[in-house]
Design a protein. Structure first.
Length: 123
């Protein structure tokens, strides 16, 4: 049940991102498209992100964690790549990277706020 809540939180965060920056982030497929992108985003964050975090640990320590923004943006760009046209970041590579960083910040804020409302598993 908790994984479904995580997917729903990711979907809401992606919807908020698309709502606030519609000229840079586009989606197709309506609600089901956003849910599909949320599942892809969750899978990318679950399987690829830990490897990238481990590999980039020295530079993350050197920048006091600010490199994590770039990692989050890369995960958002990978989600756009793997989603097969359901989610797209418009622009050339450097514009995509800049908007992916901004998008990662927005998704992190929305996800953080929504995670406050999830009950703790610790009893």
């Amino acid at each position: 049940m908790r994984i479904l809540l995580r997917i729903l939180i990711n979907a809401i965060a992606i919807y908020v991102l698309i709502y606030f920056v519609p000229e840079r982030f586009t989606t197709s497929g309506g609600v089901f498209g956003i849910l599909f992108v949320a599942v892809i985003f969750g899978l990318v964050n679950a399987f690829i992100r830990p490897i990238i975090n481990f590999i980039s640990l020295p530079i993350s320590c050197l920048t006091l964690g600010l490199f994590t923004l770039v990692i989050n943006a890369a995960m958002l760009m990978l989600t756009a790549l793997f989603s097969g046209g359901f989610f797209d970041i418009n622009g050339d590579f450097f514009e995509q990277l800049l908007w992916a960083i901004i998008g990662a910040i927005i998704i992190s804020i929305v996800s953080g706020i929504l995670n406050w409302f999830l009950p703790d598993d610790k009893k």
